[in-house]
Design a protein around this ligand. Structure first.
Ligand code: 5GP
Length: 125
């Protein structure tokens, strides 16, 4: 089954500069910005610039350069905002909601990077 990407989703509009964002980091293939409704003291969204709906789409069709840049960008942000244990931080959580069971609201791949407080159990019933 082919992946269908909606170019009118809110993150596509952010990438096109139609909606403002608080950018944390920009690379050749990624943009990272603060979530508009933070669920933790640190709540950053990392998205690829390419038109990918979710992680399985990205993993199947992205170039090696995009895949590497995405991973390295997430890791670099975790260190730079000081939540990575290697940077003296107390840790963080990565979440990528997908589809209806994953309760994904925005149909452009994004990783939530959450930290700055103890986050509690991973899944609520
Ligand atoms: P999802 O439920 O798709 O995993 O998460 C979407 C996230 O995008 C939510 O945490 C929501 O607060 C965030 N969000 C929605 N619209 C905007 C926006 O216009 N700007 C920013 N920075 N975040 C947004």
């Amino acid at each position: 089954m082919a992946y269908e990407y909606d170019p009118q989703n809110i993150f596509a509009k952010i990438l096109r500069g139609e909606i403002p964002n608080t950018t944390v980091m920009e690379t050749e293939h990624c943009l990272a910005f603060r979530d508009i409704a933070p669920a933790a003291p640190e709540h950053i969204l990392v998205i690829p610039k390419g038109a990918y709906v979710n992680f399985d789409h990205f993993g199947a069709e992205a170039s090696d350069a995009e895949l590497v840049d995405f991973s390295r960008t997430v890791a670099k942000i975790a260190r730079e905002i000081g939540v990575a244990p290697a940077a003296g931080g107390s840790g963080y959580r990565l979440i990528s909601n997908t589809g209806s069971h994953g309760v994904q609201d925005v149909p452009h791949l994004h990783i939530h990077l959450l930290g700055g407080r103890r986050l509690g159990r991973m899944i609520e019933a």
